[in-house]
Design a protein around this ligand. Structure first.
Ligand code: ADP
Ligand code: MG
Length: 691
């Protein structure tokens, strides 16, 4: 005979945050597996699985204002007896209801038991999504409420969770509710003084209100508290990182070399004041007692590459290795071409290392790196592969990275003995925020465009303008210039209606029979891509029809026209980056934004591009228009450190949290760490990425 646990015991059992999710009532092995896909392993992961939004019960609307595809509630009387039909293996119940404005059908699948509730003459509130069936609107599978029940629902915000196969919203809601009720929540780690000063909700309530908000105001407060936590912990972690880096002795003290001056003199231009200042700061760092950790922030086209080149050259001339990591192969190839020949003159060997190289080619490069036969290594992610062993790696430069590429940067610098780190970024983050978000780095601002640059001329047009645009491009080609045309798609798609690179190229060849037109897209073989890009760089190809693979960093100063098809499909950040491919030389450049779809909001957004070429201005306007969310593509970059916080929308909280973290006394910090050893570990060992 087995002993069953007493009922009391079961109820009293407390969950620990570190327990496996299977300890939560109702979660078995199968559900566990599915939850794991959502990165939920422990009770703590479960309660930290935040809603992505909330379902609200809106007041009922008249039947005539129900719209196809939208969820609505109606308050109506049943005017027919339920009709039950068997369609294959489905039992469908249909009724008709009416209110003062009109009537409508409702249907349910496989719910025969409803039949008795749905008698003619009964009055309910029905809520569901409307679909069009045989020309008429039908609400399918509506929820059924009495007026009193619905009234109660109207005050509630129902969490909507990110889901995966095998996990329903209902299941998660229940599991989280159970866990929140039974788990022993951690005590609030924040000092009382901080909670008071910044008027924060306590941590337990915040978590509870975020999942199951009593109302919108409490939800806002809960969210603010949790965002505060994210930023607070992040800035603490960054200051730890910075402190620990500050103490790193410079293992690679560099000395000035004549070669850098020679290289500078060999350039066809003079450095701008901003470039000169930044180079001065970089040199000073690398010559100093401590390792360099510096960010160079400058808008597209401000001339950041030459700073990377100078730093790499100085490193190599001092007898060390330096590497340059970039996000795309196209860009790696291009930097390689800019640098390798120029550096040969100084006896410096440069290699390219990218993911698409054959295993044999890679092995060869690894050998040369390991033996120290090469001094400069340029490449993509491949640079951080385990197999790469550097020899005296003294400088790591990452180009065109978001702050959120921090983990890779740290991994790469882990390959040397605290090499100097230089980060190049074109993400237009306001200075006040940059100082916080890049708290572990010193910042050089390149806030000046090279002299003689003519501002890009912009226009927003519809597809009817194309033939005029082609004539204009033709004229530019006659003058010896080149053009880009960007299409959102690679090839024709049945689902998405947008221009595609392959068909467009054919069209354009007909429109510009004398021009050399080619295409470029991400699905091509790397060798083909490089070949096309090289021929475009050399001017052999006159018009390049491309997807956004040219978005980051690509530099062909002779190109003067950037024509973007279906511009409405791109974010402003992306458009700004794309446009940054022209206006990089002395010629007047043009950006033609072709709008494939009309709409007031679309126009308004594109008008911002028309108004200004300034990344910071565009970022600000973008925020005003779109509000929070996918601001400047940072969310999509997949390296977002914050689950809830949005550095733009929550800028104020970010500043407050930063201030609070900076003001902490030593005793307060120790008290925090004592209360939460896990937090201490996270903060002290932070190497970038998600906290
Ligand atoms: P980004 O900051 O976008 O990386 P690049 O470094 O690619 O910009 O520079 C854009 C273009 O400007 C390149 O063709 C580069 O040769 C040129 N350039 C850089 N510095 C100057 C300068 N001081 N004067 C004139 N042209 C410059
Ligand atoms: Mg660049």
């Amino acid at each position: 005979m087995t002993l069953l646990p007493g009922r009391k015991e079961v109820i009293m059992k407390e969950l620990k945050l570190t327990d496996s999710v299977t300890e939560v009532k109702g979660i078995g092995a199968k559900t566990e597996k599915a939850l794991n896909k959502l990165l939920i392993f422990t009770v703590s992961d479960l309660v930290r699985h935040y809603p992505r939004g909330y379902d609200t019960y809106e007041p009922p609307v008249p039947i005539t204002s129900v719209k196809e595809g939208e969820k609505a509630a109606i308050e109506a009387s049943i005017i027919t007896s339920p009709l039950v039909k068997q369609v294959r293996n489905l039992k469908i119940i249909t009724i008709r209801v009416k209110d003062v404005s009109g009537s409508l059908s409702l249907s349910w699948f496989n719910m025969p038991f409803l039949k008795n509730r749905l008698m003619s003459g009964y009055h309910y509130i029905f809520r569901g999504k409307a679909a069009r069936k045989n020309g008429a609107l039908v609400i399918e599978q509506p929820e059924i409420y009495t007026r009193e029940e619905y009234q109660r629902k109207m005050n509630i915000l129902q969490p909507i969770y990110p889901l995966t196969e095998g996990i329903t919203n209902n299941l998660l809601t229940k599991a989280i509710k159970t866990a929140m009720g039974e788990a022993e929540m951690a005590e609030d780690y924040l000092p009382k003084a901080v909670i008071k000063e910044y008027k924060l909700m306590n941590s337990k309530n915040a978590l509870l209100e975020l999942h199951f908000p009593k109302d919108k105001e409490l939800l806002a407060q809960a969210r603010r508290r949790l965002v505060f936590d994210e930023f607070f912990q992040f800035t603490l972690a960054l200051s730890y990182l910075k402190e620990s880096k500050k103490s790193w002795k410079n293992n690679f003290v560099l000395e000035d070399r004549q070669g850098c001056g020679d290289y500078e003199n060999s350039l066809p231009y003079d450095l701008t004041g901003a470039q000169r200042r930044a180079w001065e700061e970089i040199r000073k760092d690398m010559k100093s007692e401590h390792t360099m950790n510096r960010l160079v922030q400058g808008d597209v086209g401000s001339g950041k590459t030459v700073l990377a080149a100078l730093s790499l050259l100085l490193t190599a001339l001092n007898g060390y290795q330096g590497c340059l990591m970039v996000p795309t192969e196209v860009l790696a190839q291009q930097h390689y071409e800019t640098i390798s020949d120029a550096f040969l003159e100084f006896g410096i060997q440069t290699v390219l290392l990218t993911g698409s190289m054959t295993a044999a080619a890679k092995r060869g490069v690894y050998e040369r790196i390991k033996k120290g036969e090469v001094q400069i290594i340029i490449g993509t992610h491949a640079l951080i592969q385990e197999k790469v062993e550097y020899r005296k790696l003294a400088l790591v430069v990452t180009d065109e990275q978001h702050r959120f590429g921090v983990r890779q940067r740290e991994m790469l610098s882990g390959k040397g003995e605290h090499p100097h780190v230089l980060v190049m970024s074109a993400t237009p983050i306001p200075r006040t925020l940059a100082i916080i978000l890049y708290g572990d780095l010193d910042i050089s601002l390149v806030d000046e465009l090279p002299a003689g640059r003519l501002p890009i001329k912009n226009c927003v047009v519809d597809t009817g303008y194309r033939s005029t645009a082609y004539r204009f491009i033709g004229k530019q080609l006659e003058e010896g210039r080149q053009a880009y045309v960007i299409c959102p798609m690679v090839e024709e798609s049945e689902v998405i209606e947008a221009e595609n690179v392959i068909e467009y190229t054919e069209k354009l060849k007909e429109a510009l029979p004398f021009a050399h037109v080619e295409y470029l897209h991400g699905k091509m073989k790397p060798q083909e891509k490089n070949d096309i890009m090289e021929r475009f760089s050399k001017g052999e190809i006159q018009v390049l029809v491309s997807t956004t693979v040219v978005e980051v960093g690509v530099n062909v100063p002779n190109a003067t026209v950037m024509m973007i098809e279906n511009a409405e499909r791109f974010g402003l950040a992306q458009l700004h980056q794309l446009r940054g491919r022209v206006g990089r030389g002395k010629y007047q450049s043009y950006c033609i934004l072709v709008c494939g779809r009309e709409g007031k909001d679309i126009r308004k957004r594109l008008e911002i591009m028309n108004q200004s070429n300034d990344g910071f201005y565009i970022a600000g306007e973008d925020l005003k228009l779109r509000g929070p969310g996918d601001m400047f593509g940072i969310r999509q970059s997949g390296e977002m450190e914050f689950k809830l916080g949005d550095i733009y929308q929550d800028a104020k909280v970010l500043m407050e949290a930063n201030e609070a973290a900076k003001k902490l006394t030593k005793e307060e910090l120790e008290a925090i760490f004592l209360k939460s050893p896990e937090l201490k570990l996270k903060i002290v060992e932070f190497k970038g990425g998600t906290l």
